[in-house]
Design a protein around this ligand. Structure first.
Ligand SMILES: [Fe+2]
Ligand SMILES: [Fe+2]
Length: 168
């Protein structure tokens, strides 16, 4: 059986690293479509901002932790956008169009929690899509999104438990 060769020889690696040093973390070996990755990450950023707002609206104290988590996710995503040479979009204008999750106000506590849960479930599906899209082309962004996805799944699980406790 032939051994699998290492992908790039050392000489090529060294030469490539010297080119375009102003691009920092984005090297020639970066094989994802950077514009699309930045666009998708800006949508994820908008999703985090909207989710954070929904948490804050609902059951203040209990979901402060969730709101803080979303804030942390928004920061992580924004940082990665900058690393990729893009500009994080925090503008409230068009936020709800960029966000995958929608903002629906619930009248009662139960309705608020349900809307919160729906937003988490939208985030879960869209982040899974992003992870699959990234594949092996941008492992750093993929790993970040995988970590965030796991937290959104915990959020959804917490919300279901809360609905159970409320007997809904
Ligand atoms: Fe989040
Ligand atoms: Fe969440």
């Amino acid at each position: 059986m032939a051994k699998k060769p290492f992908l790039t020889d050392i000489k090529t690696l060294r030469e490539r690293a010297r080119k375009h040093i102003e691009q920092g973390a984005v090297t020639e070996g970066y094989s994802a479509d950077r514009d699309t990755v930045v666009k998708v990450l800006n949508e994820a950023l908008a999703t985090e901002i909207v989710c954070s707002g929904i948490h804050a609206e609902s059951v203040a104290a209990e979901f402060l932790q969730h709101a803080n988590d979303e804030q942390g996710h928004a920061d992580q995503i924004a940082q990665r956008i900058v690393q990729l040479g893009g500009a994080p979009n925090f503008s409230p204008e068009g936020l709800l169009t960029r966000s995958h999750a929608e903002y629906v106000e619930g009248e009662t506590l139960t309705e608020m929690i349900k809307e919160d849960l729906v937003a988490e479930r939208i985030a879960i599906d869209s982040y899974r899509d992003i992870i699959q899209y990234l594949g092996n082309d941008d492992p750093t962004t993929r790993r970040m999104m995988e970590t965030i996805l796991a937290v959104e799944e915990e959020h959804a699980d917490d919300l279901v438990s809360l609905l159970d406790e409320l007997g809904k």
